[in-house]
Design a protein around this ligand. Structure first.
Ligand code: HPA
Length: 267
């Protein structure tokens, strides 16, 4: 069986409890090692990866995004459903809501954003007109409709460097620039998935309003509390999306930079 589908669990999503017969694997890539759990769901093998490592031990700016995505590519993964806890800077997107984001703004500062650093692997200028797969987002919305979940189709995810939360002045600026959500991880994960030719979408879970909109100082505990309250809905959404996915489906995302990535992963 090939592992064609993966879930990348972000903050508050640490448990691959929708899978059975789970085994641990460590995958070696040209960018370092990555750990993954592989289990079964409805007769399919599905990978589960903790973005922040065991016990939320890796902060967003130190996640080895390249090893994670290259590792999933090596397993044969063609579709990634990522989860992300986010703050909201759009009053229509409230704590507890799901958002299937469709665009990003990049305010990261120190992260490797490409697999292709020249030399023998060349230089790649990947297209990110639709960074989050529109087809996959449609499937997620259909599943969310069936489950009667409150969601928003589309939203601009502002990726900050973290690990601190934002200042109220930054939140005001992000709002003026057209942002809807703030989080610390979507870039470069979404970009690397596209370079790897993996179809990728994120289900964002709003856990709080951004600094200065929220009346209280922000805490990681508050974020976890909202994530925990909605864990069951997120689980159902993930299960429904896996069930609805045709593992053999073809998608533009698969062909964006397919050839060079295969070569690179041989190394
Ligand atoms: N800012 C950045 N990242 C976050 C937030 C936030 O307000 N909430 C959850 N993740």
């Amino acid at each position: 069986m090939t592992v064609s589908m993966a879930i990348i669990g972000g903050t508050g999503v640490y448990d691959p409890n929708i899978l059975s017969n789970i085994r641990d694997e460590t995958i070696t890539t040209p960018f370092g090692e990555t750990a993954v759990k592989i289990g079964e769901y409805q007769g399919r093998e599905v990978a589960f990866m903790n973005r922040h490592g065991a016990g939320h031990s890796v902060p967003p700016h130190l996640v080895n995004y390249r090893a994670n995505i290259a590792g999933l590519k090596k397993l044969g993964v063609k579709t990634i459903l990522a989860t992300a806890a986010v703050g909201s800077i759009n009053e229509k997107m409230k704590p507890g809501d799901f958002v299937f984001c469709d665009q990003f703004l990049d305010f990261t500062k120190s992260r490797a954003q490409t697999f292709f650093n020249g030399g023998e692997h060349g230089v790649v200028h990947v297209d990110v007109t639709d960074p989050y797969c529109p087809d996959l987002r449609k499937i997620m919305a259909k599943v969310a409709d069936e489950l009667n979940l409150s969601y928003h189709q589309g939203g601009v995810y502002v990726t900050t460097e973290g690990p601190r939360y934002e200042s109220p002045a930054e939140i005001k600026m992000f709002k003026m620039l057209g942002g809807d959500l703030v989080g610390m991880t979507s870039v470069p994960e979404v970009i690397l998935a596209r370079e790897a030719g993996i179809c990728y979408a994120t289900v964002c879970m709003v856990t709080n309003f951004g600094a200065g909109i929220s009346e209280n100082p922000l805490t990681h505990e508050e974020v976890l509390e909202v994530m925990n309250k909605n864990a069951e809905n997120l689980r159902k959404l993930a299960m429904g999306t896996i069930s609805a996915l045709d593992p053999d489906r073809e998608c533009y995302c698969h062909t964006a930079v397919e050839g060079p990535m295969h070569e690179l992963l041989k190394g």
